[in-house]
Every structure is written in structure tokens, then in C-alpha cells.
Design a protein around this ligand. Structure first.
Ligand code: RIB
Ligand code: CA
Length: 329
């Protein structure tokens, strides 16, 4: 039993992905520190296929020391042929998966992620925080199968969207929303208090080579430290190729921003707005829109991060990653 009676009970919906992996390791550090409880992982299709994201989630749970956490297998949709392997590697792990132990979870035997969400949210109404750092396919499938189920979550925190900055998969759209815009629309209409960390703040979260080196220097013999450094190097390569970091040798840890909100809320500032999704635009598919006019509006459905104190954010992220490593040695 943790010393903290009100620690977040989390289901992480994820499509590993280099930045997903940093977020999952950060979360495992917080769990090991008694600051969070990881109820389950619901793997999703997105960066790479549902099979690969399932396998990566299993490997990273083992690497972080939580191999017994259940992993759901992602809901497959017509969108699944798209991916972001050009950014994250063919395996979604910087092509480093073969350096890691084999997955301990069985894809064919695993529960579907939407069924896992429905069962856990029904069993623990009002208690579970969903951290959604993938396309919203699983969450939308759960809501379609069990209407109102998403309102049984305590909170839903989403990495997604781009409001006053360019997209990353197209000039107008961010990848998680673009991948399955109909799913995003369903989730955005499911409740009025969604929490969204979009590219507007995640574009400021550059994890640098120096940060990775500080982790290795803190524990030079650690396999986890070396894996993080190797993954960072791979992600730096693709980030520079796609000019995502203005020439800085680093990569954007988009997904980790969700945990910044949960555990280090003093690092962020927010506005309230009604977010709508473009689902039919020929050139703007997946665009996320808010109405900035000084006119009375429809009720808001989300809080959107507008500022992040990147220095304080990374101080906490690095310290927690170093603690995870030190707890393994
Ligand atoms: O646009 C950033 C999002 O897309 C992140 O979740 C990253 O993992 C990619 O999937
Ligand atoms: Ca992701």
C-alpha cells in the first residue's frame, strides 16, 4: 500500500514509439516510487502495427521491472495501414528490439484493448485515469461498444492535436488525431473535461543527447541507461531528418507531456475550449480546431495546455529516470 492514499490509478493507451517508451519508463519509475499505480496497458495501432506495439509494451514493462502488468492488444481498423515507422523504426523501438529480452505477454491470448478498458472502467468507476498517447481507436471502440463508458474514467489525458502551430504528419494535423480522426471525434464528444497536451507545448520538449548522456553517466553499467541512450540516438537521427528540433540534437518527447500534467502540474498552463475535429477535409483531415472569437460559444469539452516550463519538466523527467535505473542496481 502506497504512502499516498490518492495516487493515480492509470491505464496507459500507447503505440510505442520512441516517445511512448520514454513516457512508459517515466511512469514505471513513478510506480516504483509509490506515486502511481499502473492498472494495465492498452496497446494501440499507430506508430507501428498492433502486433509490434503490443510486443514493445511487453518488452518495456520487463525492462522497467513491471512484467506482470496486463497488456491489451489494439483494435485493428482500416487506418492501420498508415504508420510512423519512418520516425520510430520498423519495430517502433528505434530498431533496438532484438537487443531486449523477448516479450513475456502473448498477443493471441491477450484481451482486446477496448474490452479491457470497458471491464476495468466498469469495475472501478470514477477511479481510473486514462493516459492516451496513441491514436484514439481503442477508446472510441470502447465508447461505441459501451456508450458512456469513457465517463466512468476519473480523467482522460490525451497527447494529440495542434491548435496554433503546424501539424507533424501534415501541415494541419498531428499524427494521433490524423491516424483515426473519427475516433478522436467520438472521444472529444464523450465528456467535457478532457485534458489535451498538443504539439503547441510538446514541440518545446526536446530530449537532448546531453540529457541521455547524463543518464548513462549516472549509472554507466545499466542496460536500461544504455538502451535509453541508444533509442535517443536513433530518434535524434529521424528528428533531424524531419527537421523537428530546429537543428538541436534531440527529439520531441510528445507523450511524456501527459505525465507532466499528472505529476508535475506546476510546469504547465491551460485554457478551456471546445475542440472540434475535421473528419472530412480533403487537405485538413485530422485538424483540431478551437473557436478563438470573442463570441458566446458552445460549452467547452477540454482543457488545452498553452505553456510548459521545459526546464522544470526535464529536471523531473531526468531525475525520475535516474531513480528507476538506481532502483534496478
Ligand atoms: O504526434 C505525436 C504523437 O504521434 C506521439 O504520440 C508519437 O508517439 C506519435 O505516435
Ligand atoms: Ca504515441
Amino acid at each position: 500500500m502506497s504512502a499516498f492514499s490518492n495516487i493515480p490509478k492509470i491505464i496507459l493507451d500507447t503505440d510505442p514509439g520512441g516517445d511512448d517508451i520514454f513516457a512508459l519508463l517515466w511512469l514505471q519509475s513513478l510506480v516504483k516510487q509509490g506515486l502511481a499505480e499502473l492498472i494495465a496497458i492498452t496497446a494501440a495501432g499507430g506508430n507501428v502495427s498492433t502486433e509490434k506495439t503490443f510486443s514493445s509494451a511487453s518488452r518495456i514493462l520487463s525492462l522497467g521491472g513491471l512484467p506482470d502488468v496486463e497488456v491489451g492488444r489494439g483494435v485493428v481498423t482500416a487506418h492501420s495501414s498508415n504508420d510512423a515507422s519512418h520516425i520510430h523504426g520498423n519495430d517502433g523501438m528505434g530498431n533496438l528490439s532484438l537487443q531486449l529480452p523477448a516479450p513475456v505477454h502473448n498477443y493471441e491470448m491477450a484481451r482486446r484493448s477496448d474490452d479491457l478498458l470497458i471491464e476495468r472502467l466498469s469495475a472501478m468507476p470514477g477511479e481510473i485515469t486514462i493516459v492516451a498517447i496513441a491514436p484514439l481507436t481503442n477508446l472510441a471502440a470502447a465508447e461505441k461498444k459501451a456508450p458512456g463508458i469513457l465517463r466512468k474514467a476519473r480523467e482522460i489525458i490525451i497527447m494529440g492535436g495542434a491548435f496554433h502551430c503546424p501539424g507533424n504528419i501534415t501541415s494541419h494535423a498531428e499524427f494521433n488525431v490524423w491516424f483515426d480522426p473519427e475516433a478522436a471525434e467520438i472521444v472529444l464528444n464523450s465528456r467535457c473535461d478532457l485534458v489535451i497536451t498538443s504539439l503547441d507545448v510538446t514541440r518545446r520538449l526536446i530530449f537532448t543527447r546531453e540529457m541521455a548522456q547524463s543518464i548513462v553517466q549516472s549509472n554507466p553499467d545499466s542496460e536500461l541507461a544504455q538502451f535509453l541512450s541508444n533509442l535517443c540516438e536513433f530518434m535524434i537521427g529521424t528528428a533531424l531528418e524531419y527537421r523537428e528540433t530546429n537543428g538541436i540534437s534531440g527529439f520531441l518527447v510528445h507523450d511524456a507531456a501527459t505525465l507532466g500534467y499528472l505529476f508535475y502540474p506546476e510546469t504547465m498552463m491551460w485554457i478551456r475550449a471546445r475542440v472540434q475535429i475535421e473528419t472530412r477535409g480533403e487537405w485538413t483531415q485530422g485538424q483540431t480546431l478551437i473557436d478563438d472569437r470573442n463570441l458566446a460559444k458552445q460549452p467547452a469539452n477540454a482543457w488545452i495546455a498553452t505553456e510548459v516550463d521545459a526546464a522544470r519538466f526535464f529536471t523531473s523527467l531526468l531525475e525520475d529516470l535516474k531513480r528507476l535505473i538506481s532502483m534496478q542496481t
